[in-house]
Design a protein around this ligand. Structure first.
Ligand SMILES: *Cc1c(COP(=O)(O)O)cnc(C)c1O
Length: 369
């Protein structure tokens, strides 16, 4: 049996009755869109973060895009982020008409190098968009300081960091708004697509509710600014409600898997993830690093193991963003990491047996290099 990098079928088997009951609950409720399950999930997800408002949307990309628009970001504005991220972070900025501006990441933890942000600020900069990559938070204190000094807003991309913490504060509760994805592989995953934005500002919450609903307030069938439809449907909301109760258990499972990798691979030449002091990592993906990555992956093909690279192509080198004008070599750490990183299988239900196979295979390949 192939050891997959991610697999929901083990979880489905364990949670099947509860998940089917969630579907049945919605089908019996008499309301399939914008109903009690969505309202329940929104208030429970907000409460989990100690934040007043949550607005469910159809996916994480739109959570970022609508979050930015609700913060007033649009054409002519600049948003500072990283190129070492999933492409949708940047696609979402582009979708508002604003211009993405990239800073490099730090060599030892792959996170936004906050020391480079101030030099990237111009008169057009409106927003800082840190990505809490792989499951741990970017240093928020320096970003808060810069935002206050230059009058900028902060939107956190929490698509990979549900329940991660920094100095005790849960990811997404520090910025002006935070965007989440519930794509199935995520730390909190739906059985299909989903997303949400959390904020403590009532005005941002109100704008978000209009932006996901053609531009209308829910109560009054009139609108000032037309928008698209980006609702989170009832079935996914009810499933997410059930799974939110188990989020901390899933995370404990991920941390146990991470610890077994440390035990099994800590003495090899492979560079394992570093947790920044003050951070509590949730290990959305388990990204390791080796200068001879391509050779290692080639040799691992002989074993029945699926491995991923998150991400093989830095966003600034993609043809679709050539117009931003970043030359190859302009973000040297990001570009180097892309050639050296790969991800080992990681999900809460990964069994010790399957994981031992991975550890054994990697050890064998490394010792034969
Ligand atoms: C998954 C992801 C997104 C996009 O979420 P979707 O729900 O797939 O649209 C955005 N940013 C990051 C960092 C992600 O990992």
């Amino acid at each position: 049996m192939t050891t997959r990098v991610w697999d929901y079928l083990v979880e489905y088997e364990a949670e099947r009755l509860d998940l089917l009951d969630a579907v049945e609950t919605v089908f019996n409720s008499g309301q399939l869109v914008l109903g009690a399950s969505l309202r329940g999930f929104e208030s429970e997800f907000a409460a989990y973060h100690g934040i007043e408002h949550c607005v469910g949307v159809d996916n994480g990309t739109n959570a970022i895009k609508l979050g930015l628009q609700a913060l007033g970001i649009g054409p002519g504005d600049e948003v500072i982020t990283v190129s070492n991220t999933a492409a949708p972070t940047v696609v979402a900025i582009d979708g508002t008409g604003a211009t993405p501006v990239f800073v490099d990441v730090r060599e030892d933890d792959f996170l936004m190098d906050t020391g480079q942000v101030e030099a990237a600020i111009t008169e057009r900069t409106k927003c800082l968009l840190p990505v809490h990559l792989y499951g741990q938070c970017v240093d928020m204190a320096p970003l808060k300081e810069l935002a206050a000094k230059h009058g900028l807003s902060i939107l956190e991309d929490c698509a990979q960091a549900h329940g991660a913490r920094q100095n005790g504060k849960v990811a997404g509760s520090t910025g002006d708004a935070a965007a989440f994805s519930f794509y199935p592989t995520k730390v909190l995953g739906a059985y299909g697509d989903g997303g949400a934005v959390i904020t403590s500002a009532e005005s941002v919450d109100r704008r978000l509710r209009r932006l996901r609903y053609y531009g209308m307030d829910e109560r009054y069938y009139t609108l000032e600014t037309p928008a698209h439809n980006s609702r989170l449907d009832e079935v996914q909301a009810e499933i997410l409600r059930r799974k939110l109760k188990r989020l901390d258990t899933y995370t404990a499972g991920r941390r146990a898997v991470a610890q077994r990798y440390v035990d099994g691979l800590g003495d090899t030449g492979l560079k394992l993830p570093r947790t920044v002091p003050g951070n509590e990592h949730v290990y959305y993906v388990y990204v390791v690093r080796h200068p001879r990555r391509d050779e290692i992956l080639e040799r691992l093909k002989a074993y029945d193991i699926q491995l991923n690279i998150s991400y093989p192509w830095p966003v600034h080198t993609m043809t679709g963003f050539a117009h931003l004008g970043y030359e190859t070599g302009s973000l040297p750490v990001t570009e180097k990491l892309a050639t050296e990183i790969f991800s080992l299988p990681m999900y809460p239900a990964l069994t010790a047996d399957l994981q031992d196979k991975v550890v054994h295979a990697v050890r064998e390949v490394l010792s034969a290099l």
